[in-house]
Write a protein that binds this ligand. Sequence first.
Ligand code: AMP
Ligand code: ZN
Length: 468
Amino acid sequence: MKIYNTLTRKKEEFVPLEPGKVKMYVCGPTVYNLIHIGNARAMICFDTVRRYMEYKGYDVNFVSNFTDIDDKIIKKAIEEGVDASVISQRYIAECKKDMESLNVLPATKHPLATEEICGMLDMIGKLIEKGYAYNVNGTVYFRTNKFEDYGKLSKKNLDDLQAGHRDIKVAGESEKEDPMDFVLWKPKKDNEPFWISPWSDGRPGWHIECSVMAKKYLGDKIDIHAGGEDLVFPHHENEIAQSEAANGVHFAKYWMHNAFLNIDNRKMSKSLGNFFTVRDISEEYDLQVLRFFMLSAHYRTPINFSRDLMEASKNGLDRIITSVVNLKHLVETSSVDNILDNEKAKIDAAKEYFDKFEAAMDDDFNTADAISAIFELVKYANSNSTGDNSKQYLNVLISDIIKLSSVLGLIIVKEVEILDTDIDNLIAERQQARKDKNFARGDEIRDLLISKGITLEDTREGVRWKRS
Ligand code: AMP
Ligand code: ZN
């Protein structure tokens, strides 16, 4: 499996630090608003990387944070006259709902910055002790020119960067030793949430959060660190500086960055105001269509969001779903149970599409080509299935299509809606069970109906039910 590593600007063979295991950290959103579909691109890309790694048999420890303390969260809290945690908790809950609708798996751990302050105090203390950080009037800065490798990820040259900041230095406006130094800890302003530290009552800088959370939940050395390409500089560059200076070992082996989701060829972002939230899109489309849209381009290619492409994605996804619906219909009407000899050969031949799928995914997660392999499998299934086929054969074709689609996190078969006649039958069975004093079965049926959104009401005329 090859991964394009931003650190080396090359596709490299993936070799995990520990055989069979992957330690992966993905920078999560700052929670002061509903997530937009640009944020969703990053989530979907790396959820798909994780799913494919799991499909290949790796045990993936996937950590993704929520930045729950930040200027924008505080600003919103002040506007609403509530605590910052009210804002962050609200949008974490909303973000988790969107993730579920996008079929993005929950991380193994979703740490919150505000719950990891102790680790941040430790790491900042250590950086000061080692001479990599200094305190000026309660603000702690990272001393970039002490870290020799500064710029290795973004390929920026420290001298060039400094040249860009010459005027600040000349004007003597900054209390920093060097314009490139960045904040690890800053003193509180009025009405801001704060934590006590040896340097000031204040709060951490953004970059230190991720270094600390990655260390705590994954260790000093991790396999993959990922995020959108806007994070390469300064966020990830600074994370490398902090982690490697504090821990004395190389931090992440592979750095992965997704390209932007654009609108009218400009990055979709909250600050530019040109964004659609995931919620906006869900009013018009099933979010599986959005997921399909994101995966129809390679993650390192910018994509322009448009209605035409969404419609094309809807058609693409429908093609897969329709094939499965038709195959299921053939299963219901087939009169042969067991697989026939000539069908076995056809199933073997279908393995070719698995090979194509894996070859695409092994090549730096080329989901666009992986989707093409699924389409080929669908075409093969459509042209190799008739009313004469066995149920077993047809079911293998169905499960092959579902299996590959689910590696991409695409849901092809939704839970089948329960029919009115099924509900009547279950209610009758429950009445009988209760008469027979088999209360366990009675309760089981009630719970099953509740889980399908059916509520029961005992009346004098018998049991009435309604869908909620
Ligand atoms: P933020 O909440 O802005 O820190 O973003 C959370 C994640 O979404 C980061 O990995 C960003 O790089 C990513 N991201 C934000 N906007 C976009 C966009 N328009 N396209 C792709 N990824 C984005
Ligand atoms: Zn981060």
